[in-house]
Design a binder for this molecule. Structure first.
Ligand code: G6P
Length: 612
């Protein structure tokens, strides 16, 4: 959470910082601020989005070629102007931007207070900058040394950039647990939480590792050291991202663009990894550890949010096709409940951002127990990708909308390939069945294109139900996790209360909620449970609930019962989530738009959750 950006070079820093902060707003948008150094250290900060910050700086000539900026997702202290970053040290000489949490800030604060420090915000960050100042005054005049010594006293997670009023030729950045990328230009440096603020200016980047810090200088030199003061040789990597990938491309919102990108990104995700005609699947990461994976006694899947939902689908796929037991865990529960993890377990960690703190910590725990870690991440070079022994990237491209869409479908695509490759290795699937599924998988992008053509029909439905107070989403088998994900999409972006449930479980509780005001979305595309789901629809109809059913094209039986049907193309049952999720994404999107919500940046949420 929180986005940070820093610049040093010959350009005007302010527009670079503002543009960068807007690109990072998906990480939080409770407040925004910049500090610019041009003789004086000028500070501008404001509660609300970056656009609010722009309002207060409008018309002012803010020239500086070194500065830092921050967009906040509040943890310590409410999201007001005062708590907005950057924070300044007591002397006014140092400023800091920070993404993360300093867990022992209270005891450090108490110590500093004893030494006469006064604090004007409720944040842990103001404590950190004053600790750096204290070390600098007491132990060393050199800023990088003071930062290192201070960080060695801190418990928690951080990505920080520090600027010194008396040294306009240098920025010091450090990370532990929160991401940080340094763009290396021609005698200039860009520092940011991810590459999106950098891509426009340079493709050369250095990803800082955990417990490392960097000093970047105006003369183009830079050093990377560990917090134990060991000098590192940083690897400069080339970014694969392009500018258009992070722009809206004619769509009104990133979320809609990303929903529409699904056919393309699923095709990208499959490319080179399977061939239906020749009947092969080859995930590089899987092949590398194939013996260990084939002999795994169990798979544990650990993830959060939407990625956890794709993990549930992974459980169905791997157990169904490869016949290996799977357990799916919320990373936040897994890491704290003393789970049993064995050396012959494979832990699959799923994360769009590759930075989710709980998922990363779950990996750490599993590694201590010597399990093999397989990461499924979207962001290349992210912490989870790097902490895994092996893995597969989803290749969905940057996902900017806070509500995850294309990342979800590509995660399922990878999980399908994993299940099929293991099934093939183990002989738990016949050659003919494998080919059928692979042919169908190749066809999925076209089938999603067909679903996208239903957009205007779904928009009409959204208008009818936009004022509902509750929604219920019901599905069976492969469509149960889809029901969970459909409900999550709706509540995240429209703020309508929604619950996903296994259709048969409805009888054990949610049925009590059903009346004529309750829309119930049924996922009825799985052939194996068709009759059962028809009975569940009858049960809702008998209680006057409004039925919206996602069915196969040409369905006749449910059409007679439902108030509305959304007809999607038929596919293999194991692939049905890839098709049936799309109308639910569109429904949530249109309902949120009708309700005037900010779909790309829903209130209180952030895309990358780097706090526990
Ligand atoms: C946040 C996002 C969700 C995402 C979840 C897990 O809550 O808003 O869209 O599913 O984090 O994130 P990850 O990056 O690990 O998939």
């Amino acid at each position: 959470m929180c986005g940070i950006v820093g610049y040093i070079g010959n350009r005007d820093a302010f527009p670079i910082l503002i543009k960068g902060l807007k690109r990072l707003e998906y990480r939080g948008y409770d407040s925004a601020g910049v500090a610019l150094l041009n003789g004086d250290l000028a500070l501008y900060k404001k509660a609300g989005k970056v656009s609010e910050l722009e309002k207060i700086t409008n018309g002012q000539k803010l020239s500086a070629n070194i500065g830092i900026g921050h967009t906040r997702w509040a943890t310590h202290g409410e999201p007001n102007d005062n708590n907005a970053h950057p924070h300044i040290s007591q002397s006014g000489n140092l400023a800091i931007i920070h993404n993360g949490i300093i867990e022992n800030y209270a005891s450090i604060k108490a110590e500093l207070e004893k030494r006469g420090y006064k604090f004007s915000s409720d944040t842990d960050t103001e404590v950190l900058i004053n600790l750096i100042e204290e070390v600098r005054q007491k132990d060393t005049p050199i800023l990088e040394d003071a930062v290192r010594v201070a960080l060695n006293q801190v418990v928690g997670a951080y990505a920080i950039v520090v600027i010194d009023k008396n040294n306009p030729d240098q920025l010091v950045a450090a990370r532990k647990g929160s991401p940080l990328v340094i763009g290396v230009g021609d005698n200039e440096f860009f520092i940011a939480s991810d590459a999106s603020p950098i891509i426009e200016y340079t493709k050369n980047v250095v990803y800082l590792d955990d417990q490392e810090y960097a000093v970047v200088n105006r003369d183009g030199s830079f050093t990377v050291k560990t917090l134990a003061n060991i000098k590192m040789t940083p690897a400069i990597q080339e970014l694969e991202m392009s500018l258009e990938m992070i722009e809206k491309g004619g769509f009104e919102h990133f979320m809609l663009k990303e929903i529409y990108e699904q056919p393309k990104v699923i095709a990208d995700c499959l490319r080179g990894r399977m061939n239906a005609q020749q009947g092969w699947i080859k995930l590089g990461g899987l092949s590398e550890y194939i013996n260990r994976i084939d002999n795994a006694k169990r798979f544990l899947i650990s993830a959060c949010g939407t990625s956890w939902h794709s993990g549930l689908i992974g459980e169905y796929l791997i157990e169904d096709l490869a016949r290996v037991p799977v357990e799916v865990e919320y990373a936040s529960e897994f890491r704290y409940r003393n789970p049993i993890i064995n050396e012959d377990d494979v832990v699959i960690a799923i994360s769009q951002s590759g930075e989710t703190a709980d998922t990363l910590a779950a990996i750490g725990l599993a590694k201590q127990h010597r399990a093999l870690i397989y990461g499924i991440c979207n962001v290349i070079g992210s912490s989870i990708a790097r902490a895994s022994h092996a893995g597969s990237y989803t290749h969905a491209g940057p996902e900017i909308g806070v509500a995850s869409t294309k990342a979800f479908s590509t995660q399922i695509t990878i999980l399908t390939l994993i299940a099929l490759q293991i099934a093939q290795e183990k002989g738990t699937i016949s050659t003919s069945k494998l080919r059928e599924i692979l042919y169908e998988l190749e066809n999925i992008p076209k089938k999603i294109e067909e679903v996208l053509k239903l957009d205007s029909q779904i928009k009409e439905l959204a208008e009818i139900y936009k004022d509902a107070h509750n929604f219920l989403y019901l599905g069976r088998g492969y469509n149960f996790p889809v029901a969970l994900e459909g409900a999550l999409k709706l509540k995240e972006i429209s703020y309508i209360h929604a619950e996903g449930y296994p259709a048969a479980e409805m009888k054990h509780g949610p049925i009590a909620l059903i009346d004529e005001d309750m829309p119930v979305v049924f996922l009825a595309t799985n052939q194996s449970a068709y009759e059962k789901i028809v009975s569940n629809i009858q049960e809702v109809k008998a209680r006057k609930g409004k039925i919206i059913a996602v069915v196969h094209k040409g369905d006749t039986e449910i059409k007679k019962l439902a108030d509305h049907v959304i007809e999607v193309p038929e596919t293999e049952e194991v692939l049905s989530p890839l098709v049936s999720i799309v109308p639910l994404q569109l429904l949530a999107y249109h309902i949120a738009i009708f309700r005037g919500c900010n779909v790309d940046q829903p209130r209180n949420l952030a895309k990358s959750v780097t706090v526990e």
